[in-house]
Write a protein that binds this ligand. Sequence first.
Ligand code: UDP
Length: 383
Amino acid sequence: MASKKRKTEGRISKSEGSAKREGRSSRVGPRVSDLRSPTSVVTGAAGFLGSHLTDLLLERGHRVIGIDNFVTGSLENIDHLGGHPRFKFIQQDVTEFLFLHEPVHYVWHFASPASPVDYLQLPIQTLKVGSLGTHKALGLARHKRARFLLASTSEVYGDPLVHPQPEAYWGNVNSLGPRGCYDEAKRFAEALTIAYARQHALDARIVRIFNTYGPRMRLHDGRVVPAFISQALHNRPLTVFGDGSQTRSFCYCSDLIEGIYRLMMRDEVRLPNTENRRKAETRKEGSRISEFGIRNSDCSPGGCPVPVVNIGNPDETTILEFARQIIALTGCKSRIVFKPLPEDDPRQRQPDITRARKWLGWQPKVPLRQGLQRTLEYFRGRE
Ligand code: UDP
């Protein structure tokens, strides 16, 4: 891991000019069209997904203030941004008070250990960043009248009894099990985000991220993609947990970040056609359409003030099949060995992305083979 500095700051160009911000009638938050150079805060900016998000935001004209404490993030992931005129970095634990002088228009809360190995080793930090860290990030968004996006997870569905998983599914989580620290932290973070939207009219969105892979994953973070690639590159046996019949659906990082960007930037998410919308609007309170085109009854009987959207690739594969694909792709001489299945390892996982398709016009584009090739190149350079 990169060396730790107390405070590492880049610069923000004064010539960018201050972005204009306007409150919305029923919600607090910026109107995208009014912002020429919006400012985004990204917590977890030195992490795998946080750093890809930061790159995309800079590409699309944002000023970015990245925050990370390097517990699982790495300076290497943001090294290339040193000296970027619109990037500033603050080394801080987001469970501590976040103080920023400048206006902020978007808060993207990505900070958290996210691999099973990491959160098993760091259960208290994981719970703290999901609870106290989310509280601080929400407080910052509220104070700045910024729009807020929570990076949640498919883990809120636990070991799902519904397949594929739609957002309206409440999940099957063991709060007492080893994954409970992550699952419950994210479930709490979702509930807190919704409470801020209800009580403070905060303009918020929640993305539930399914298995994602790509460059900048840590080779030894324990997740299946870097684990298998690293084993294959050394011609070591690929360790399949259980009998390998459990399934996952892998999304390439650029696809995922594009979907998340759309969710945050969308001013209003509407039903596909106005006729459906009109009909739905005339129905009873329980199915009234919110500003985002959500049927309240989709989320909870009382209505959900926050759009919640799964982003992931529905292309599902068993872990055993995935191991065979990695062997074929790398041309390695590795064999497959079977190890005990970790406790509470979900048996199957596939996102239902109907909402993302309808509301955001989004679906993944990068085929698994192509995404794995790019990831392999990245890891080859680091072995
Ligand atoms: N897995 C495996 N071998 C490994 C690492 C993981 O068979 O060396 C399995 C793991 O048990 C799970 C799946 O791969 O069923 C995905 O694991 P990962 O840690 O990537 O993420 P999860 O989806 O469980 O959060």
